[in-house]
Design a protein around this ligand. Structure first.
Ligand code: FPP
Length: 246
């Protein structure tokens, strides 16, 4: 798949990715799970570059779920160190590529060093105007929905919002993805066909793309292939094919 084969007028504005298969990749290569996560950073670098090249506006990566806290302590610690080191090491590169970093999730639950490096990277890249790289950290869709409900209930109690005025747009504006368009395309690697609590509200009309490639082997060419597949689909949003074509 070459970049020139993509239709420029039909690039998804927002691509979300469930990066899966690091552990299995490591096992196949006779190494420990942490090594798989470390190799996964090369894949992140490649698709951030690729997404920027073709004009994707938002790339959201599921880097750590609220459920991932239940993994063995050594793996959680290693993932946190990898995240903080990658964020620090990649900030200059992201800046050069005009990438703006954002984060969604229960960020206060992260170790303080991760929080402060993340805040720093977000600040340093804040005036960039190219790709928005959204890291989902300590994130889950259900967590986010419950947080939104709590915020809305508080506002109803204080009289700031009238419950009869609550609609999809009001609800959306209380999610951590406020201001970010819904993903048109959701990619999951490693041959698993699950959503795993990712962007549950936002994927209502997303196209799903599943690939058997394990995350550390995923590269921008695979992203282009996923987008080419997306471009061959007809998105109907509940309407008929005739309505869409006319
Ligand atoms: C899932 O594979 C992967 C993760 C839980 C972590 C993803 C993190 C990275 C790729 C590290 C760097 C990220 C950034 C944004 C710098 P798995 O461990 O569930 O694999 P398995 O299903 O084969 O066990």
């Amino acid at each position: 798949m070459v970049i020139d084969e993509l239709k420029n007028n039909c690039i998804p504005r927002h691509v979300a990715v469930i990066m899966d298969g690091n552990g299995r990749w490591a096992e196949i290569h006779g190494n420990d799970r942490i090594f798989g996560h470390t190799q996964g950073v090369d894949a992140v670098r490649s698709i951030v570059e690729g997404a920027g090249e073709i004009g994707v506006e938002y790339l959201t990566l599921y880097a750590f779920s609220t459920e991932n806290w239940d993994r063995p302590k050594e793996e959680v610690n290693a993932l946190m160190s990898l995240l903080v080191n990658s964020i620090v090491q990649e900030t200059d590169n992201l800046n050069e590529k005009n990438v703006k970093m954002l984060a969604i999730g229960d960020l206060y639950s992260l170790p303080v060093d991760v929080q402060s490096k993340l805040r720093e990277a977000i600040q340093i890249t804040s005036s960039n105007t190219g790709l928005n790289l959204v890291l989902a950290l300590s994130y889950s869709g259900r967590w986010e929905i419950i947080e939104a409900v709590k915020k809305i209930v508080n506002k109803i109690q204080s009289g700031e919002i009238n419950e009869n005025k609550i609609n999809e747009s009001v609800f959306t504006s209380h999610l951590s993805t406020v201001g970010i368009p819904d993903p048109e395309l959701l990619i999951r690697t490693s041959g698993e066909y699950r959503i795993s609590n990712f962007l549950l509200w936002q994927i209502a009309y997303s196209e799903f793309y599943f690939t058997p490639i394990l995350w550390p082997d995923f590269r921008k060419e695979n992203l282009f292939e996923a987008i080419a597949d997306f471009q061959r689909r007809e998105r109907r949003f509940g309407k008929t094919s005739e309505q869409i074509r006319s």
